[in-house]
Each structure stands twice: as structure tokens, then as C-alpha cells.
Design a protein around this ligand. Structure first.
Ligand code: IMP
Ligand code: MG
Length: 226
């Protein structure tokens, strides 16, 4: 399978109509959970963006005999499930779906050299030798998780690894170490940029809660201190 190189990245352009939908002003929280501040990205916006991402992924894979999408559990499950259907609606090529499990340990890096984060990876698909892979993840935050998984997939023989993230967190004051990792980790496909807050829903959790929300909401940090 050959991935065309022409299209490049599919980020959300600044003049995209969905841009002003990523805002707490755009919609309120219907169920009124006091632990959630607002809906950041509603279902309608997600649906539109999924179709666009599906088309962008397929446009880059025009010569593809098959496409291999690898989702990262747990957070990426809802995104990959919906993306799979969006790709099918576009009558794309045969797609193989895999899931891997990743857990990132250690405190977030707040200051340079303060701490090292460990990423445990399980369930790596067999026979990825020569495959072109699209890695599908819920959110790019400090970048440790995706960076480790990509390195591992390439070490196992993948010919290329493209990054598809539903959310791209716009870090306000990244530590130098984080800035370095993020600079090497430019995602090829981004659903939505999100502010530097804790977001939940659409696969993302706080302590395993809220993963099943069909939209993305901002959590009130004061309810979740531990
Ligand atoms: P990173 O290694 O710092 O990029 O962290 C990525 C992982 O942390 C993601 O795959 C998520 O599972 C989790 N994560 C980071 N930010 C958030 C958030 O705002 N809400 C929920 N989970 C998050
Ligand atoms: Mg994750």
C-alpha cells in the first residue's frame, strides 16, 4: 500500500466554520452536571468533522489496497468506531482495524527535567512489517503516549505511521521537554484544537467517568482534585 504524500495535514483551518463551534459560548450543558463547565464540542460538530477526517484519510491513501487503523484504548474507542463508519460511508478501500492499549505513568512534566513519563504498551498487532499505519488517539496532550507508540510501531517494522488525533490540546506553558516532544509529533489529522483544560466525553474520562458522553465537555478541575 502506498500513501500519497500530496495532501499532507488535515488540521482544522482557521477559517473553518466549525472553528467558532469549539467554544463554551457555543452551547450549554443540557443535563446540568455541576462538575462539567460546558459543552465544548457538540454532537453535530463532531459528525461534520468525522466525515471530513474520513475524506482526508482516504485522499492520502488513494493507492491503498488496504488501510490499517490502530486505535489506542481506552480513550480512542469512540472516535475510532465513528471514524470507521465515516470511512465506510465514503466507500473507501478495505480497512483493517486494530486496538492497542497504552497507559502513561508518572506525574505530568511541569518543569524541565522534573520527571520522566513511562508508557506501557500492550496488544501490539502482529505482522505490521511494511504496513502503513494510521494511529488513532483521543487526545494529544504532552505527547508522551503517541511518541512512545509511534516509536514502537516503527521499531516493529511499520513502513509509516500517520497520526490522527480527535483533539489537540493547545498547551499554554509547556516545559522545554514537552515542547521538544510536541515539536517532533505533528499530527497528520486533527479533529479539533482544544484549550489547555481537562476535557471529558467522547471516550475521554476523569477516573473512568464521562467516557460515554456523545459530546466533549470541559470538566471543572475543582471537583477532581486527588
Ligand atoms: P500525553 O502522553 O500527555 O499526550 O497524554 C495523552 C493521554 O492522557 C491521552 O491519551 C489521554 O488518555 C490522557 N489525557 C490527556 N489530556 C486529557 C484530558 O484533557 N482529558 C482526558 N484524558 C486526557
Ligand atoms: Mg489515551
Amino acid at each position: 500500500m502506498v500513501l500519497a504524500t500530496g495532501e499532507g495535514r488535515a488540521i482544522l483551518p482557521f477559517n473553518h466554520p466549525l472553528r467558532n463551534k469549539v467554544s463554551c459560548m457555543a452551547s450549554q450543558l443540557p443535563e446540568g452536571d455541576p462538575r462539567l463547565e460546558c459543552i465544548l464540542i457538540d454532537e453535530a460538530a463532531i459528525e461534520i468533522r468525522l466525515a471530513e477526517l474520513a475524506r482526508a484519510i482516504l485522499a492520502d491513501a488513494v493507492d491503498a489496497k488496504r488501510l490499517r487503523l490502530v486505535g489506542v484504548l481506552k480513550g480512542g474507542w469512540m472516535f475510532l468506531a465513528d471514524l470507521a463508519r465515516a470511512i465506510r460511508r465514503e466507500n473507501g478501500p478495505r480497512v483493517l482495524y486494530e486496538f492497542i492499549r497504552a497507559s502513561t505513568y508518572g506525574a505530568e512534566v511541569k518543569q524541565a527535567g522534573e520527571t520522566e513519563r513511562q508508557v506501557a504498551i500492550a496488544g501490539l498487532p502482529a505482522n505490521i512489517q511494511g504496513d502503513h499505519i494510521v494511529l488513532v488517539e483521543d487526545i494529544l496532550d504532552q505527547g508522551f503516549t503517541l511518541s512512545a507508540i509511534r516509536r514502537r510501531l516503527l521499531a516493529e517494522g511499520a513502513a509509516s505511521v500517520r497520526l490522527c488525533v480527535f483533539l489537540d490540546k493547545q498547551l499554554e506553558a509547556p516545559a522545554p521537554e514537552v515542547r521538544r516532544i510536541r515539536a517532533e509529533l505533528i499530527p497528520d489529522y486533527v479533529g479539533f484544537p482544544v484549550p489547555d483544560r481537562w476535557v471529558v466525553g467522547y471516550g475521554l474520562d476523569v477516573d473512568e467517568e464521562f467516557r460515554d458522553l456523545p459530546y466533549v465537555a470541559i470538566a471543572r478541575e475543582e471537583y477532581f482534585q486527588n
